[in-house]
Design a protein around this ligand. Structure first.
Ligand SMILES: N[C@@H](CCC(=O)N[C@@H](CS)C(=O)NCC(=O)O)C(=O)O
Length: 183
């Protein structure tokens, strides 16, 4: 049985919850993280020395880093649907995962933490607005790409769509688009 460690409201855990649902896989979930100290225990550090969630274990094999977990699950369980065998085709999905991790997510997390996780009085609005502008540029780029094709890798849903889509889900569902970028 697959096991997943990480609180459900964590950005990177949501990526893994999505693919587990997408592939209709059974799993056991341990809801932990967020300043409770439970990522610092010897048991958890033995799973992930970086003290971060998500962590997944499948038949004794431990995997951490959300996008790596996505690739693992897609490669192992999607029968080639979400993660293609051909290296070039696979790269069409994977480049968006790397882009999300290195470009989109840092700016989005700055926006999210600066706005939602910071009390009103302590918010640095100039910094928040700068992060919002950078996010808007990233989203315009995504939008332009998706004008040409329905999914990031082409005409099929792939593992490459999940990280960016989790970000977009948060952006729209949490009201950031109205509260920050249009204020
Ligand atoms: N690059 C890592 C980042 C992992 C990460 O920073 N996870 C956050 C949650 S999104 C975390 O562990 N936060 C500490 C906590 O929740 O206590 C990944 O994609 O898995």
């Amino acid at each position: 049985m697959i096991e997943l460690w990480g609180r459900k409201n964590a950005y990177n855990v949501q990526k893994v919850l999505w693919i587990l649902g997408e592939l209709a896989l059974d799993y056991r979930h341990y809801d932990l993280g967020s300043d409770t100290g439970d990522l610092e225990t010897p048991d958890f550090l033995a799973l992930n020395p970086h003290a971060r969630i998500p962590v997944m274990r499948d038949a004794g094999a431990v995997v951490w880093e959300s996008n790596t977990i996505l690739r693992y699950l897609a490669a192992r369980y999607s029968g080639g649907d979400l993660w293609r065998q051909d290296p070039f085709e696979r790269s069409l999905a994977e480049r968006w995962m790397d882009w999300e991790l290195s470009k989109l997510q840092p700016d989005f997390i700055e926006l999210f933490w600066g706005f939602f996780r910071t009390p009103d009085a302590s918010r640095n609005m100039a910094q928040i607005e700068a992060a919002a502008r950078r996010c808007a540029q990233h989203f315009e780029l995504l939008d332009a790409h998706l004008q040409r094709q329905p999914y990031l890798a082409g005409d099929y849903f792939s593992v490459g769509d999940i990280p960016c889509a989790v970000c977009l889900y948060r952006y729209f569902e949490m009201g950031l688009v109205h509260t920050v970028t249009r204020s």
